[in-house]
Design a protein around this ligand. Structure first.
Ligand code: PMP
Length: 427
């Protein structure tokens, strides 16, 4: 089926007005007009099951969040240089979820800015510049953070201060070596390499679900040795929770908590405002003190009253609707269903992840584990034809990435599993 004339015209106008840097999803791009709960609706009024967005997260256009934004926008919106109860209430409630007394909050508008600020804090505190990230990490778009994001590929050079370590890959690891031992060893080697080049380590920066590396959640605890290593070298541990945070991993509110480690800095964004641009970080007070005493930092939109109202409403909804528990139990149900499909379909090499962040790795042969990149693209597009939205990730783009809205229920999981079963059978 070809696209309707209205969408074809919109694509032409979009290319003209926005240019080449913008990319659309899908062979048949999707024109969405409305969202509600786990559903998105296209221009013809057709519903699509959202198994992908981790921006809206407590449900599309959640009324409680919409009302909080509207109420505050109709009352007052300024910046953070006037006294305001909203930002303090929100910071206190947010910090309580971290359960690390002594951490303080700073707010930004994007996850990239949060990571950028985290690197500035780390560099200022440690006096170092060296940053360690994983081999296919994505941490954002500012110059400093893009230079720590190998996921961009050849178009963006890594910084001379940046070292990569192999992905803590539980599927393709070296035989006989466990993920924790290997990851710790790799981080130690990267620290030694920085030092050999006269660079003092400032930070180990990781996405705690390793989502752009291909979704690696297990075994819980594998980060602990690497965190000890960076601390021993005088560097900080920055947990990038932009993907993993806000109850997504189900068993815990934050991804790092699955590993029993204590980050010096936690960065966050995406689901934080359920689509409203709200991001930020929590850092040890002494780290913020050392920065604040030297730098006058002000982020015009970060932490404004409307953003804080959105963020507060998100925290309330997660708690009131038991969404972390749902991510835990329905996520386990969905994962078990995917594992059952792996029993039927040779193409599925591995099913992994935590809560409502799951990866399904497609391989051409289970022995050689050759990435089934083309097949993954076919599956993503075929599911879109069945009005189910997900995508693929990892260096070879062969890992289906499932990130449903947190209220996703068993009936929705069943719809997805049936469609995936049919799509895989039809190949
Ligand atoms: N960190 C991670 C792990 C991310 O996935 C992203 C966004 N995909 C970012 C940081 C950057 O966030 P933003 O797009 O809000 O700048």
């Amino acid at each position: 089926a070809s696209l309707p004339a209205r969408e074809q015209a919109l694509i032409r106008r979009r290319q003209q007005a926005l240019g080449q840097a913008y990319r659309l999803f899908y062979q048949q791009p999707l024109h969405l007009l409305r969202g509600e709960g786990v559903w998105l609706y296209d221009a013809a009024g057709q519903p699509y099951l959202d198994v992908y967005n981790n921006v809206a997260s407590v449900g599309h256009s959640h009324p409680q969040v919409v009302q909080a934004i509207a109420r505050q926008a109709a009352t007052l919106n300024t910046h953070t240089r006037y006294l305001d109860e909203g930002i303090v209430d929100y910071a206190e409630r947010l910090l309580a979820t971290l359960a690390m007394p002594g951490h303080q909050a700073m707010f930004t508008c994007t996850g990239s800015e949060a990571n950028d600020l985290a690197l500035r804090l780390a560099s200022n505190f440690t006096g170092g510049q060296g940053v360690i990230v994983t081999a296919h990490a994505y941490h954002g778009v500012t110059s400093s953070v893009a230079a720590c994001s190998p996921a961009f590929g050849e178009g963006v050079a890594l910084g001379p201060n940046v070292r990569t370590v192999p992905t803590p890959d539980s599927y393709r690891g070296v035989a006989g070596e466990d993920v924790a031992t290997r990851f710790t060893h790799d981080v130690q080697a990267a620290i030694a390499d920085l030092q050999r080049h006269g660079l003092r380590p400032a930070a180990l920066l990781v996405d705690t679900l390793f989502t752009s590396d291909g979704v690696f959640a297990d075994p819980p605890g594998f980060l602990a040795g690497a965190v000890d290593a960076i601390h021993a070298a005088g560097g900080l541990f920055i947990a990038d929770e932009v993907q993993a945070g806000f109850a997504r991993s189900g068993s815990h509110f934050w991804g790092f908590q699955r590993h029993g480690v204590q980050p010096d800095i936690v960065t966050m964004g995406k689901p934080m405002g359920n689509g409203h641009p709200l991001a930020g970080l929590a850092a040890r007070a002494d780290i913020i003190d050392a920065f604040g005493s030297r730098v006058r930092y002000f982020n015009t939109f970060g932490g404004n009253p409307v953003s804080c109202a959105a963020g507060m409403a998100v925290l309330e909804v997660i708690e009131q609707e038991g969404l972390q528990h749902n991510a835990h139990v329905t996520g386990a149900y969905l994962k078990a269903g995917l594992q059952a499909l792996a029993g039927k379909h040779e193409l599925i090499g591995d099913v992994r992840g935590a809560g409502f962040f799951l990866g399904v790795e497609l391989v051409n042969d289970r022995q050689g584990k050759q990435p089934a990149t083309a097949a993954a693209s076919r599956v993503v597009n075929a599911l879109r034809e069945r009005r189910i939205l997900l995508s693929a990730t990892g260096p070879a783009g062969n890992i289906l990435k499932l990130r449903p809205q947190l209220p996703f229920a068993r009936e929705h999981a069943d719809l997805l599993l049936d469609a995936l079963d049919a799509v895989l059978a039809a190949r």
